[in-house]
Design a protein around this ligand. Structure first.
Ligand code: MG
Length: 218
């Protein structure tokens, strides 16, 4: 699996590890019945979950409640370990729009049982990703309007200013535990307004200055 990095030479980058943050917007944590986390909540998606803009999202067997979550995504451009927050942006190659499609029923059952979220978060087509725009073209990744609509009705609308853990803190935190590598992708969490999609629904998501996604739910 690879993603496009929109530069003058339009390179493609092979996807390595996909890190995701849970509950990184206070209003979303609240709608999930939680308070804002004291430390970043991290889970992973397999690279096989990635689809490109326009490809169908296929609901997996065993879930009756698949949810949309729109997120700013960060593409890592070089290897680093124990990265100081002040140097974190040097490791960012680009920014994109991602959907963290989630089987909410399977996730809630896993939470109750103390089991991992892997099936709920990592099924095939659960990680739609736009092409990434080069980091140098984004003056402030924490001043971006983030929106998702289903069948033309706005469901999520916020700003990346509302993230609890900001990108420099996330990169510094992750790199104390994991060696970050070119091709790693970070899903930075979703704002409030998550909800169910059904077969035939059309999802449109966009982040100002970054890009957009258009998907049909199969
Ligand atoms: Mg999410």
């Amino acid at each position: 699996m690879s993603v496009a990095l929109l530069t003058p030479t339009n390179t493609r980058v092979r996807i390595n590890t996909i890190f995701c943050l849970g509950q990184n917007y206070a209003e979303h944590a609240k709608e999930m019945g939680s308070s804002a986390p004291a430390a970043p909540i991290i889970f992973l998606k397999p690279s096989s979950a990635v689809i490109g803009n326009g490809e169908d999202i296929v609901m997996p067997p065993g879930s009756l409640n698949v949810n949309h979550e729109v997120e700013l995504t960060v593409l890592i451009g070089k290897t680093g370990k124990n990265i100081p927050p002040a140097e974190a942006y040097e490791y960012v190659a680009g920014y994109g729009v991602g959907l963290d499609m989630t089987c909410r029923d399977i996730q809630l059952e896993a939470k109750r049982a103390g089991h991992p979220w892997t099936i709920a978060k990592g099924f095939d087509t659960s990680a739609p990703l736009s092409p990434f725009v080069a980091a140098g073209t984004v003056p402030d990744p924490h001043a971006l309007e983030i929106t998702l609509s289903v069948n033309g009705t706005v469901r999520q609308h916020s700003t990346t200013a509302n993230m609890i853990f900001r990108i420099d803190t996330i990169i510094a935190f992750l790199s104390t535990i994991f060696t970050l590598t070119e091709g790693d992708i970070i899903y930075t969490g979703t704002p409030e307004g998550v909800g169910q999609v059904r077969s035939g629904d059309i999802i449109d998501a966009s982040i100002g200055g970054i890009g957009s996604l258009h998907h049909r739910v199969h």
